[in-house]
Write a protein that binds this ligand. Sequence first.
Ligand code: GH3
Ligand code: MG
Ligand code: MG
Length: 407
Amino acid sequence: MFSETACPGILVCRPQVFAAAMVDVPTLLGYTTVLLLCLSLLVLVARPRAGNRLWLAMPFLAGACGCGLLIQPQAFPGRLGLQLGAFCITLAYAFGWQAIRAFYERPPKWGWLLLPGLLWLGLAIAVFGRYGWTTANASLRVGLVCLYSALPAWELWRRRKGGVPSTGLLSLVFWVAAALAALAAVLAHWLPQPLGAAPTQTWAVVFYNVRILLHVLLASALLVAMHKEREALRYYDDSVRDPMTGLYNRRFFQQRAEEWRDRGARRRSVLFFDIDHFKRINDRHGHRLGDAVIVLAAQVARRSLRKGDWIFRFGGEEFVCVLPDTDLAQACALAERLRLAFMAQAREVEGRRLDATISIGVATSIGGIPPVEALVAQADRMLYRAKAAGRNRTVSSGDDHPLRADS
Ligand code: GH3
Ligand code: MG
Ligand code: MG
């Protein structure tokens, strides 16, 4: 079925070599085909709700088609069957890249997915085969494998920070595949087929198959792990966020407080703010507008505070902000910025005149560094004072008097 001249640059083997070595290439490819088909079915059946499941299955399907064609190349005239088989395997790598892009909800780049492989196919049929340029043929084919391994490797590598834990590991799998393919492309003249263009040897076929199988199994296991990790992360995120404002909730504050305690003392300040006369807003304008005012307060807090600051919705219309490495003067300045910004933006909400305001209590560590819960309790006491002093003001733990009122 396979001969040394059947298709330069693709899977070509001398049957007697394999008979002696007890390795039967069609059987090896048959196993690979069945395995790839099973994996594609598994993806389609096991992940029926995943929007990108087709892209997860496509590399396996293309790989199975490729191996199938290499087993039965006589289905097409001349060398076309083997060339189409190799094209399908290249396509499997390209679709693997798109499976990674689909994970990040990025659309397919059809030109990049299809054109390089088609270009190789055209050259293999019209030029390499005709003139016997086996090395150029093998180099280009393996070079494409290198390209389609490096692209997902890079895609994953730049997202490894802030991504799910398996991102870096999967990137590494693709980098190794890209490096091996790059090496094979350079050494194609000397490497036995199907790794390169020289006459085939048993070890080359076995190495080629084992490498593909390892790559497929590792990549699919890690990609499934990434899906699971992202799902778990989304569930976790839902459990620690308030759905109305998108801010962290009190449960997450408690978790953070424990972590901050474990990490040791660090200077920080806390703002505790509450919307003034909120019951009145609800009573006069209804709960729907009340909700809009709460969302507005969250947005203003996000915009007024800095990147490393933490904002939590503690209860109904009560918010806590934790400001790392912030002294009392800075915390009071931020609190005033927040209060004035809210006052300006809550003058009118959804076309209704509201003149809503907030009161803020500020606490900071003076002398020792108390746990954050103690700062929150202190900021709450300062908030109570701000309310008692007439609302719409900032009161800090540093002074017994309102910092500024009604500015
Ligand atoms: P003060 O100035 O002293 O803070 O007076 P207040 O009327 O704002 O009093 P308080 O802070 O006790 O009011 C909280 C009200 O917030 C009571 C509750 O009905 C309302 N509330 C709590 N959660 C929500 C919510 O998610 N949406 C709306 N619309 N109202 C809420
Ligand atoms: Mg209130
Ligand atoms: Mg309240």
